[in-house]
Write a protein that binds this ligand. Structure first.
Ligand SMILES: [Zn+2]
Ligand SMILES: [Zn+2]
Length: 139
Protein backbone atom coordinates (compact mmCIF):
# COMPACT_ATOMS: atom_id res chain seq x y z
CA UNK A 1 0.00 0.00 0.00
CA UNK A 2 1.47 3.28 -1.07
CA UNK A 3 -1.53 5.44 -0.35
CA UNK A 4 -0.59 8.72 1.27
CA UNK A 5 -4.08 9.39 2.45
CA UNK A 6 -5.69 12.70 3.01
CA UNK A 7 -6.76 11.60 6.43
CA UNK A 8 -10.31 12.59 5.65
CA UNK A 9 -11.90 9.52 7.10
CA UNK A 10 -10.08 9.04 10.38
CA UNK A 11 -13.14 8.97 12.56
CA UNK A 12 -11.77 6.80 15.33
CA UNK A 13 -10.59 7.82 18.77
CA UNK A 14 -8.38 4.81 19.19
CA UNK A 15 -5.08 6.49 18.53
CA UNK A 16 -3.24 5.93 21.78
CA UNK A 17 0.24 6.14 20.40
CA UNK A 18 1.59 5.96 16.91
CA UNK A 19 4.23 3.45 15.95
CA UNK A 20 7.65 5.03 16.21
CA UNK A 21 10.09 4.47 13.38
CA UNK A 22 13.16 2.64 14.53
CA UNK A 23 11.51 1.20 17.64
CA UNK A 24 12.01 -2.54 17.46
CA UNK A 25 8.98 -3.19 19.63
CA UNK A 26 6.71 -1.11 17.40
CA UNK A 27 8.10 -3.00 14.44
CA UNK A 28 6.91 -6.25 16.05
CA UNK A 29 9.01 -8.29 13.69
CA UNK A 30 8.10 -11.95 13.95
CA UNK A 31 11.59 -13.32 14.20
CA UNK A 32 10.76 -15.54 17.17
CA UNK A 33 7.74 -17.72 18.00
CA UNK A 34 4.61 -15.78 18.94
CA UNK A 35 2.35 -17.18 21.62
CA UNK A 36 -0.42 -14.64 21.80
CA UNK A 37 -1.66 -11.41 20.29
CA UNK A 38 -4.69 -9.20 20.77
CA UNK A 39 -5.62 -5.57 20.55
CA UNK A 40 -3.58 -4.64 23.60
CA UNK A 41 -0.40 -6.65 23.41
CA UNK A 42 1.53 -9.54 21.97
CA UNK A 43 3.62 -12.24 23.63
CA UNK A 44 6.67 -13.74 21.95
CA UNK A 45 10.09 -15.05 22.79
CA UNK A 46 12.58 -12.25 23.39
CA UNK A 47 15.18 -12.49 20.69
CA UNK A 48 17.93 -11.59 23.14
CA UNK A 49 16.95 -13.48 26.28
CA UNK A 50 15.08 -16.48 24.86
CA UNK A 51 12.29 -16.11 27.41
CA UNK A 52 8.67 -15.04 26.86
CA UNK A 53 8.11 -11.30 26.67
CA UNK A 54 4.91 -9.28 26.47
CA UNK A 55 4.88 -6.05 24.47
CA UNK A 56 2.29 -3.30 24.57
CA UNK A 57 0.82 -2.45 21.20
CA UNK A 58 1.26 1.25 21.84
CA UNK A 59 4.51 3.12 22.01
CA UNK A 60 4.93 4.49 25.49
CA UNK A 61 6.27 3.49 28.88
CA UNK A 62 3.22 4.33 30.98
CA UNK A 63 0.62 1.73 30.18
CA UNK A 64 -2.69 2.12 32.06
CA UNK A 65 -3.10 -0.18 35.03
CA UNK A 66 -5.78 -2.31 33.42
CA UNK A 67 -3.62 -2.80 30.34
CA UNK A 68 -0.68 -3.79 32.55
CA UNK A 69 -2.88 -6.29 34.37
CA UNK A 70 -4.00 -7.74 31.08
CA UNK A 71 -0.45 -7.98 29.71
CA UNK A 72 1.03 -9.60 32.81
CA UNK A 73 -1.88 -12.03 32.80
CA UNK A 74 -1.22 -13.03 29.20
CA UNK A 75 2.53 -13.28 29.82
CA UNK A 76 1.90 -15.32 32.95
CA UNK A 77 -0.21 -17.86 31.07
CA UNK A 78 2.58 -18.39 28.56
CA UNK A 79 5.25 -18.56 31.26
CA UNK A 80 3.29 -21.07 33.33
CA UNK A 81 3.12 -23.32 30.33
CA UNK A 82 6.78 -22.91 29.50
CA UNK A 83 8.41 -23.01 32.94
CA UNK A 84 5.67 -24.40 35.17
CA UNK A 85 3.66 -22.54 37.78
CA UNK A 86 6.02 -20.81 40.19
CA UNK A 87 9.07 -21.53 38.06
CA UNK A 88 9.59 -17.99 36.84
CA UNK A 89 9.08 -14.36 37.79
CA UNK A 90 8.15 -11.10 36.13
CA UNK A 91 10.93 -8.77 35.08
CA UNK A 92 9.48 -5.39 34.29
CA UNK A 93 12.77 -3.57 33.95
CA UNK A 94 12.86 -2.12 30.45
CA UNK A 95 16.56 -2.19 29.77
CA UNK A 96 16.73 -2.31 26.03
CA UNK A 97 13.76 -0.22 24.98
CA UNK A 98 12.96 2.02 27.95
CA UNK A 99 10.37 4.05 26.06
CA UNK A 100 8.04 1.21 25.12
CA UNK A 101 6.31 -0.89 27.75
CA UNK A 102 7.29 -4.54 27.79
CA UNK A 103 7.99 -7.19 30.41
CA UNK A 104 9.85 -10.49 30.53
CA UNK A 105 9.03 -13.72 32.32
CA UNK A 106 12.34 -15.17 33.45
CA UNK A 107 13.09 -18.54 34.95
CA UNK A 108 16.06 -18.73 37.34
CA UNK A 109 18.29 -20.36 34.73
CA UNK A 110 17.57 -18.12 31.81
CA UNK A 111 20.93 -16.38 31.86
CA UNK A 112 22.93 -19.56 32.13
CA UNK A 113 20.87 -21.26 29.46
CA UNK A 114 21.23 -18.32 27.13
CA UNK A 115 24.70 -16.97 27.72
CA UNK A 116 26.89 -19.41 29.62
CA UNK A 117 29.70 -20.60 27.37
CA UNK A 118 29.66 -24.31 26.72
CA UNK A 119 33.37 -24.32 27.44
CA UNK A 120 32.64 -23.84 31.12
CA UNK A 121 31.00 -27.22 31.55
CA UNK A 122 33.61 -28.85 29.40
CA UNK A 123 36.52 -27.44 31.39
CA UNK A 124 34.84 -28.46 34.60
CA UNK A 125 34.49 -32.00 33.33
CA UNK A 126 38.16 -32.10 32.35
CA UNK A 127 39.24 -30.88 35.74
CA UNK A 128 37.20 -33.56 37.44
CA UNK A 129 37.56 -37.31 37.08
CA UNK A 130 39.86 -37.95 34.18
CA UNK A 131 38.08 -40.91 32.71
CA UNK A 132 34.55 -40.23 33.83
CA UNK A 133 31.67 -40.59 31.47
CA UNK A 134 30.79 -37.59 29.38
CA UNK A 135 28.18 -35.59 31.23
CA UNK A 136 24.93 -35.51 29.38
CA UNK A 137 22.89 -32.38 29.52
CA UNK A 138 19.29 -33.23 30.00
CA UNK A 139 16.62 -31.40 28.14
ZN1 LIG B 1 7.73 1.44 20.25
ZN1 LIG C 1 14.98 -9.87 26.54
Amino acid sequence: MTATGTGADTGGEEALGDPVAGCELCEAARITPWYHEDGICWVADCEVCDVPMVVWRHHGADAPADAVDHMLDRLGAVADERFGVGGWSFDRVMRQVPGHFHAHARDPNWWFRRFAPRQATRLAADAGAGHGPTPTMGG
